[in-house]
Ligand binder design. Sequence first.
Ligand code: HPA
Length: 234
Amino acid sequence: MTIHIGADSGEIAQTVLLPGDPYRARWAAENFLKNARLVNEVRGMLGFTGTWKGHRVTIHGSGMGMPSLSIYVNELIRDYGARTLIRIGSCGGMQDHVALRDVILAMTASSISTPSKGILRELNFAPCADWSLLQAAAQAAQRRGTRTHVGGIYSSDVFYDERPDLNEQMVRHGILGVEMEAAELYTLAARHGCRALAVLTVSDHLLSGAALSSAERETSFADMVEIALEAAFA
Ligand code: HPA
């Protein structure tokens, strides 16, 4: 048990999928895991452990934003021994060739700041995905026929952004999409010698203003869960 996770030691698997939304964690556990058991509900942040094709997996909410994710990922790695951590979430598309429902595999995650800034200070550390997970996820997505992009994303501290000039620079520099968690996930994984990846569905588009319906979000979420599980155990 930690400050934010009520699971006993041994109740968290080495492989953890991290949706932002705790209800998505429950949905994914109910639909993809065998013998899924609730192992955390502190502050309503649900975590489940079960098996997928015989492999132990935990699916645990991260909350929204890097400070929230940082709390859970620190405890999952340092106290529970998690070794492979895959974020499954949504992002806003930032390029014309990136469409709603497309999957983005985040090779790198740029940011203005992360919770790790305090220790990295003047270093512009480049948070990047684990290559073995990235490669396996790209192959899994290709097998499934999912329209997929691999490249850089932006991890923002704000959803309601007031810096159009910064977004312009992101677009200009080929950033595929914006979300709010991956840069800190990648930084923590690097610090602790773990594997990490963010698998993201484009749920809205910053250039066109289009957005997925909630039914479309659910089917695209299922796609991401399968890509993440196949990548984790490739
Ligand atoms: N901004 C930040 N995070 C997001 C977005 C967005 O437009 N869409 C999904 N996650």
